[in-house]
Design a binder for this molecule. Structure first.
Ligand SMILES: NC(=O)c1ccc[n+]([C@@H]2O[C@H](COP(=O)([O-])OP(=O)(O)OC[C@H]3O[C@@H](n4cnc5c(N)ncnc54)[C@H](O)[C@@H]3O)[C@@H](O)[C@H]2O)c1
Length: 248
């Protein structure tokens, strides 16, 4: 049987790494891409310990040329890409009026333009193969806003709108394009943010109806659903995975 091939951005740690492990359990071959190649190799080593076919690929999603090289490298090994998970992301929490243009640009380049770049390169391959699923990782902040994350929320709101439009344009090719909006998740990124916002984790746990932060596995499970044949009739949707913190 031909295994599906999943290309995951930012899969060197956090949610992306968990998505890689989870899709591997669904019998997929995995392209672990990240701007941090050492972390990507570490993820690949973990997958290979369990007999999964996986490669680590350097990919800086902010640069179209870097995405082009990464996609070409993936094709050399696996010949096609069936699933694209746009997971790479970054944030810096600070009041909008204290934030600087350089930070805005970095946030938009990674969180929004990164997904534009990978879709531009990978959707034509999916159209050609007659099969493809794209899962974009947004954030609940892109649906309801979040203090200290104005430009990040704008970028993630952009991801949600981008997803819906691509879903419409790609429907004629029978490609599924969906979006996941995680609530606060216990990852290295969250810990870095938490280190300059003391007490934020406890405050959030109090506010979340399920009384805990998301674990990367919670998000990966939702990705696995969108990547599955069971989601064949689902496109253009945004699924919040947040323990009930927001309900839409
Ligand atoms: N952790 C949360 O609370 C939370 C909440 C909502 C949404 N998200 C989203 O989930 C996704 C994963 O976040 P995480 O918490 O696992 O973060 P993380 O920082 O732990 O992992 C992000 C990964 O993206 C990679 N990355 C950063 N810039 C990149 C670039 N230019 N090109 C390629 N890779 C790059 C990093 O090297 C890292 O491996 C992000 O899109 C994030 O915005 C996270």
């Amino acid at each position: 049987m031909n295994r599906r091939v999943a290309f995951i951005t930012g899969a060197g740690r956090g949610i992306g790494r968990e998505i890689a492990k989870t899709l591997a359990l669904k019998s997929m071959n995995i392209v672990v891409s990240d701007v941090n190649i050492d972390n990507a190799k570490e993820t690949v080593a973990m997958l290979q310990e369990n007999g999964v076919e996986a490669i680590a690929v350097y990919c800086d999603v902010t640069k179209l040329e870097s995405v082009q090289v990464a996609v070409a490298t993936a094709l050399e090994t696996f010949e096609r890409i069936d699933i694209l998970v746009n997971n790479a992301g970054w944030d810096k929490i600070e009041p909008f009026l204290k934030s600087e243009p350089r930070t805005w640009k970095t946030i938009i380049d990674i969180n929004l333009m990164g997904q534009v770049h990978t879709c531009k390169e990978i959707l034509p391959l999916m159209i050609q193969n007659g099969y493809g699923k794209v899962i974009n990782i947004a954030s609940d902040s892109g649906r309801v806003g979040s203090s200290g994350e104005a430009v990040y929320s704008a970028a993630k709101g952009g991801v949600i709108a981008f997803t819906k439009t691509l879903a419409r344009e790609m429907a004629r090719h029978k490609l599924n394009i969906n979006c996941i909006a995680p609530g606060p998740a216990d990852t290295p990124l969250f810990q870095e943010i938490g280190s300059y916002n003391e007490g934020i984790a406890a405050a959030l746990e109090k506010a979340i109806p399920f009384r805990r932060l998301a674990q990367p596995q919670d998000i990966a499970n939702a990705v696995a659903y969108f990547a599955s044949d069971e989601a064949e009739y689902v496109t253009g949707q945004t699924l919040s995975v947040n323990g009930g913190l927001t309900m839409m």
